[in-house]
Design a binder for this molecule. Structure first.
Ligand SMILES: NC(=O)c1ccc[n+]([C@@H]2O[C@H](COP(=O)([O-])OP(=O)(O)OC[C@H]3O[C@@H](n4cnc5c(N)ncnc54)[C@H](O)[C@@H]3O)[C@@H](O)[C@H]2O)c1
Length: 311
């Protein structure tokens, strides 16, 4: 079976491609425009896996050239920094919505199944606990990034109904854990970075005791491979979340290794008064088992940075 991964050099993609084993897939096609310069994700790829890398932009490339004969597309390419998405709304819309439309239409044309990673930040809801049955009217994305993901979700549902696109939408929690193409602008990773460099830990004023959904990178990779192996393309949404935690719980785990943290409360355009937890029961009912662990993910990240930890 041939698979294709867009945005393959990013945080999730780099871990995914480095975890692949010989014989798992016949061919693995990688597309990335290198806008985030993660060349290192291509270093020392596993031997015996047939990778083909193309430096291409999903918004401008002729995707049919790459999608022919591909069984499943894992569409990771996106502009992913939610906080800075307020300053580049058009670019975010172009990549995350229009780019996804191009990818979806190329999937339809070439008969590929589509795995679309959305985000639990589409919820932003008033309810304490939410699952996939939360109606579109109840969803309250808090940033142009989350809005673009929700709009793309709705387009896929429409293309599923009208054009027989086969897809799954995974609403991923905020990722923690390490990869060779790692980024540090999401909650857990950013706090660990700041703690290691003895910088103030910048916490949004309202966030300390708010619960939010997080996803271990190991669980994210296992879930993507589980979906393909199980051929789970029901044209539905599945939450993919290891644990719901507060910032305080995250900081307490960092303190095990770095006891003195200097917390600075800051304003953020995506700050709100909401605390919510996201259910992962639906994917568990399919037989998926979450094995991730926030404590271990944080320790692994601190270990990665131990050479730069100030004494
Ligand atoms: N990391 C998280 O916490 C998280 C949480 C929820 C959902 N997601 C989703 O998972 C996917 C992957 O996330 P990630 O953390 O690996 O992101 P990332 O930013 O680390 O990687 C995205 C990759 O896409 C590439 N890219 C961007 N625009 C492109 C374009 N037009 N054409 C080709 N390549 C392009 C970038 O160069 C980068 O390598 C994204 O869709 C993201 O929205 C991530």
């Amino acid at each position: 079976m041939k698979i294709l991964i867009t945005g393959a050099l990013g945080h999730i993609g780099s871990r995914l491609i480095h975890s692949l084993k010989p014989g798992q897939f016949e061919e693995v096609i990688l597309l990335d425009n290198l806008m985030t310069q993660r060349y290192s994700s291509l270093f020392h790829l596993p031997k015996g896996v047939l990778f083909k890398f193309f430096e291409k932009d999903i918004c401008t490339a002729d995707l049919n050239e790459y999608f022919k004969g591909v069984h499943a597309v894992i569409h990771l390419a996106a502009i992913t920094d939610a906080a800075s998405s307020f300053n580049k709304k058009e670019m975010v819309e172009e990549t995350n919505y229009s780019g996804t439309e191009k990818v979806a239409r190329a999937c339809i044309q070439n008969g590929c199944r589509l795995v679309f990673p959305s985000t639990t930040s589409v919820y932003g809801t008033q309810k304490e606990s939410v699952d996939e049955n939360c109606s579109v009217e109840e969803l309250k994305p808090q940033s142009p990034y989350a809005e673009s993901k929700l709009k793309a979700e709705q387009l896929l549902i429409q293309l599923g109904n009208e054009k027989k696109l086969n897809f799954i939408i995974g609403r991923l929690g905020t990722i923690f854990g390490t990869s060779i193409g790692m980024r540090f602008h999401t909650a857990v990773n950013k706090f660990v970075w700041q703690a290691c460099l003895k910088q103030p830990i910048t916490v949004w004023k309202t966030a300390m005791n708010q619960k939010r959904p997080y996803l271990d990178l190991n669980d994210a990779i296992s879930a993507l491979l589980f979906i393909i192996k199980k051929d789970l393309f029901p044209n539905q949404v599945y939450n993919i979340v290891t644990a719901n935690s507060t910032v305080k719980e995250i900081l307490d785990l960092i303190k095990i290794s770095i006891p003195h943290l200097n917390v600075e409360y800051v304003d953020s355009p995506i700050m709100n008064q909401l605390t919510y937890t996201v259910s992962n029961e639906k994917i568990k009912k399919q037989g998926f088992v979450f094995k991730g662990n926030l404590r271990k993910g944080i320790q692994d990240t601190i270990k990665l940075l131990k050479g730069v930890v100030e004494k």
